[in-house]
Design a protein around this ligand. Structure first.
Ligand SMILES: [Zn+2]
Length: 126
């Protein structure tokens, strides 16, 4: 059975808002929540420490991450609008899931969820 990612509408809106705000740079946010075997519930977003927002890549020093097991993954934006993860993205993935939000950052159609292997996951926005 494949994993489902659940992101409440207001959390999704916070991620999209951050992406719109930083465009054409990329945003990156940590995702907090609860992960069970087949469902990952995102309940909060967190600005990573010392984040740098670049034109082509968003990064932050991984060793600065809080030791926090409630971090289920990260979200970042693609100003190009392409929702596919890059090789770079996969090499830098954190936690179990990666959310990519693409320009124009409007609603669920601008968002895709992936696991660490880059496989697309079902996304539910209650
Ligand atoms: Zn990316």
């Amino acid at each position: 059975m494949s994993t489902k990612v659940v992101v409440p509408r207001e959390i999704l809106e916070m991620i999209l808002e951050s992406a719109r705000h930083l465009h054409p740079r990329e945003t990156i946010l940590l995702l907090r929540g609860k992960a069970s075997k087949n469902v990952i519930n995102v309940s909060d977003v967190l600005i990573p420490p010392l984040a740098t927002y670049g034109r082509s890549f968003s990064a932050f020093p991984a060793h600065m991450l809080p030791i926090d097991f409630s971090i289920v993954g990260a979200a970042h934006s693609h100003p190009s609008g392409n929702l596919k993860p890059s090789v770079e993205d996969q090499n830098h993935s954190i936690g179990r899931i990666m959310l990519i939000v693409g320009f124009p950052y409007q609603g669920k159609e601008s968002v895709a969820a992936y696991n660490r292997s880059g496989e697309r996951l079902a996304l539910e926005v209650p």
